[in-house]
Design a protein around this ligand. Structure first.
Ligand SMILES: [Ca+2]
Length: 356
């Protein structure tokens, strides 16, 4: 039977470790469906197994459910709705919904066996082990990161502050740098052969440089916004802030195809910085601590990486200081991650998360 439990003591916006500190080991679940729609579905007796997705460690917001992993099945059993909204004036309306939700919750719980039978298989979640840390320019608004032969290449954003850099991995020293013209907001970068390619946010302009001296070789155009960029050695793969990834011809920069990124039935949008890693595309998801591991063939999310807590909260006072930067050294199989305005860059090893 479902019960309302007050988790409000867990609400700590300064903490990234709610899931870890919660005495019952709960996890926060973000709903991709509006609360009212959930209510309708529950009222109609529909199952809700496809709605929750785990965002462990996130501070709960209005419209979220707090769930606990079912120890027997590792699936989710509904326990609670967001008590935060109950304390707000606007929460009065939601309180009414919540009562219905509470009533329906028992129904949900009774459907548990059915949900276990028909629910989607949970996508594997990985956490990380830090192998080494390196210095990173805390003023770099990182939008693109790549590695080649001992050096990092980094694209930074903001109007008037965008750049392309060559960085010494061991020290973070900027060895070479060009500034973009003030009308360009730099975005993702990638390296193919002797060229560096950099996207711009809303200027619909791509920039192609010589890797050796950052001499601008040419520009190209695309529709929509430019976010992340990577390559499999043949084509370019580009994100634009939506749930789609475009595949561009590496010579003409014309779009060859595009695909939607989905975790089960859920489209994953806000795909940001990209990196090809051992045949998969790793993608930062904007304003989260998560990296999606994506099949470039199907668009299917084959895993999640949770970077929660990798950078101490004391360095993340700026709301823009989110994870955004993935680079891979295929020779030594080293994975590097950093973020906007982060003073550290991390070499990490992925560790499957225990689901007990
Ligand atoms: Ca990258």
């Amino acid at each position: 039977m479902c019960a309302i439990v007050d988790f409000s003591h867990c609400f700590d916006s300064a903490s990234d470790s709610i899931a870890q500190t919660h005495p019952r080991g709960g996890c926060w679940v973000k709903l991709r469906t509006p609360l009212v729609e959930i209510w309708h579905r529950l009222a109609q007796g529909q199952s809700v197994e496809a709605m929750p997705r785990i965002w462990e460690g996130e501070t709960p917001r209005q419209g979220q459910l707090c769930c606990e992993p079912n120890r027997e099945s590792h699936r989710l059993a509904a326990r609670f709705f967001d008590v935060a909204i109950m304390s707000s004036v606007a929460g009065k309306l939601f309180s009414v919904i919540a009562v219905v939700l509470y009533s329906a919750c028992g129904n949900f719980a009774m459907q548990g066996q059915q949900l276990r039978a028909v629910g989607p298989k949970r996508t594997p979640v990985y956490t990380y082990q830090v192998i080494r840390t390196f210095a990173h320019d805390p003023a770099a608004f990182t939008q693109g990161l790549a590695y080649k032969e001992g050096f990092l290449y980094e694209g930074t954003g903001l109007y008037g502050g965008s750049s392309l850099r060559k960085v010494k991995l061991q020290t973070g020293e900027i060895l070479q740098q060009i500034k973009l013209q003030p009308s360009f907001f730099g975005e993702g970068i990638t390296i193919l052969g002797d060229r560096v390619v950099q996207l711009t946010y809303q200027s619909q302009t791509g920039l192609v440089y010589s890797l050796n001296d950052f001499h601008l070789l040419r520009q190209f155009s695309y529709s929509g916004e430019g976010w992340g960029l990577t390559t499999d050695g043949h084509d370019f793969f580009m994100s634009d802030g939506t749930d789609e990834i475009r595949v561009l011809d590496s010579q003409t920069f014309k779009e060859k195809r595009r695909f939607v990124v989905r975790d089960g039935n859920e489209a994953i949008d806000r795909l940001n910085e990209l990196e090809f890693v051992e045949g998969e595309i790793f993608a930062n998801v904007w304003q989260t601590d998560r990296i999606a591991r994506i099949s470039p063939r199907t668009g299917k999310v084959v895993g999640w990486i949770d970077l929660s807590g990798i950078l101490s909260a004391m360095y993340r006072t700026d709301p823009g200081a989110i994870p955004n930067g993935i680079a891979y050294d295929p020779v030594h199989k080293r994975l590097f991650v950093t973020g906007k305005l982060w003073p550290r860059l991390f070499e990490i090893r992925l560790v499957p998360r225990r689901t007990d």
